[in-house]
Design a protein around this ligand. Structure first.
Ligand SMILES: Cc1cc2nc3c(=O)[nH]c(=O)nc-3n(C[C@H](O)[C@H](O)[C@H](O)COP(=O)(O)OP(=O)(O)OC[C@H]3O[C@@H](n4cnc5c(N)ncnc54)[C@H](O)[C@@H]3O)c2cc1C
Length: 375
């Protein structure tokens, strides 16, 4: 085996690993990144590509805005597609409007960024797809960013190698860490420090860190349309009332209880399968629609068509696309911590940092988190 040296090793080529490699390289460190697969195919390429500060509770909002700035910086250096789309939370029921009003009244940081309520007429000007019949209002947020994960993840890896001198090793599974030695199935390296960002593979390296954390995997179902024709643009990323029950930023709103009670009575299937609907776009004009949430340590590999149908049914209550045909369906998994904890950071031995458990917000939070972890 060859013997090589770097100051920092990163395990995992998903967004969490890429973010830590970038933060270390920006600090002048010599970095090597190992990704088990020939290219990353985990959670980071299966998502909406939404950087979604508006969903982050107090304390994480700033971290999300910091990530957003880093995404924009990377986009400026390259052909990375990043649209400053903003977002609309559309409301068709009084209890949804009440939550949005309360959120704005109690979240000055969001208002300072420009979040505000729009009338149905104003919504019609912002979005050509939102149904305005029955629409009561919507909350506009300017901070959301839409990237295309299938382009962004490989492209960030390329930028790391090209602009920051990070050595990339795809197809190298890290088998053991015994500092200063780290061994893959193909090479042995001497390193000072390691960041273990192994995503769903958390039972392989330092399993004891995870065993006591309550972490489990969340399975999500996603759909994507054919490309919309003629350069058609989605405009703001979209979501509706169910999303208010999903994100931590709304948890403190006392008006949420009434909305939850109604949804539980009217849409028990949606509650059972954790369905809420987000809508984003790709660089080729396809529209991504999802998702559902099922929690467990082990999941079967099968997709439920009744869940997909429910996602599309809810989507149709608030939006209509020029080309609605669905061309792709897939599922993804992410490790998720109980009690709304936003991440798991552990130092199981000197020089080793485990970073995992970012749940449904890895695209939103990883770059900002890595800046904090590297200090
Ligand atoms: C369907 C879906 C939709 C989502 N939507 C959004 C969204 O719009 N916005 C948002 O902010 N977040 C979203 N998320 C969450 C986000 O995708 C995740 O938080 C994030 O991708 C997790 O990144 P990761 O690097 O931890 O994991 P991963 O992307 O899974 O990467 C981990 C990598 O580590 C590698 N690895 C593991 N063990 C080893 C080893 N021993 N040696 C070498 N390599 C190893 C794996 O091969 C893998 O590539 C979504 C997630 C899903 C599944």
């Amino acid at each position: 085996m060859n013997m090589n040296h770097a100051e920092v090793a990163v395990v995992g080529g998903g967004i969490v690993g890429l973010a830590h490699a970038l933060a270390a390289a920006k600090r002048g460190r010599k970095v090597i990144l190992f990704e088990r697969d020939e290219y990353a195919v985990g959670a980071s390429i299966r998502n909406f590509g939404l950087v979604w500060p508006v969903g982050q509770p107090d304390g994480l909002y700033e971290r999300a805005l910091a990530s957003r700035r880093i995404w924009l910086d990377l986009a400026e250096r390259s052909g990375l597609w990043a649209r400053q789309s903003g977002s609309l939370h559309v409301a068709y029921a009084e209890d949804e409007v009440a939550v949005l009003d309360e959120f704005l009244a109690t979240t000055p940081a969001a208002s300072e960024q420009g979040c505000r309520m729009l009338t149905p007429e104003e919504v019609g000007k912002e979005s050509s797809v939102v149904r305005t019949d029955g629409l009561l209002a919507a909350m506009w947020s300017p901070t959301e960013l839409n990237v295309d994960p299938r382009q962004a993840i490989p492209m960030v890896a390329e930028i790391l190698a090209r602009d920051f001198g990070v050595e990339m090793r795809f197809g190298h599974a890290v088998r053991s860490i015994n500092l200063p030695t780290i061994e893959t199935d193909r090479e042995s390296w001497q390193v000072d420090e390691v960041y273990v960002c192994s995503g769903n593979e958390f039972q392989a390296l330092y399993p004891e860190v995870f065993a006591s954390s309550g972490i489990r995997r969340c399975k999500l179902q996603m759909l994507r349309t054919a490309p919309q024709r003629g350069g058609w643009e989605l405009g703001p990323a979209l979501c509706a009332g169910l999303t208010l029950l999903h994100y931590g930023s709304f948890k403190h709103c006392t008006s949420l209880a009434a909305l939850r009670e109604r949804v539980e009575a009217e849409r028990p299937f949606f509650v059972e399968h954790g369905i809420h609907v987000l809508v984003s776009q790709t660089r080729y004009g396809e529209v991504t629609i999802g998702d559902s949430h099922a929690y467990g340590m082990t999941h079967d590999p099968f997709e439920r068509e009744d869940v997909n149908a429910a996602i599309l049914e809810y989507f149709a209550t608030f939006a209509e696309l020029p080309t609605p045909r669905i061309d792709e369906r897939w599922h993804g998994f992410y490790p998720s911590l109980p009690d709304g904890r936003p991440d798991l950071i552990a130092r199981p031995e000197p020089g080793v940092t485990v970073v995992n458990g970012l749940g449904g917000a890895g695209m939103t939070l990883s770059f900002g988190l890595a800046e904090e972890v590297l200090g």
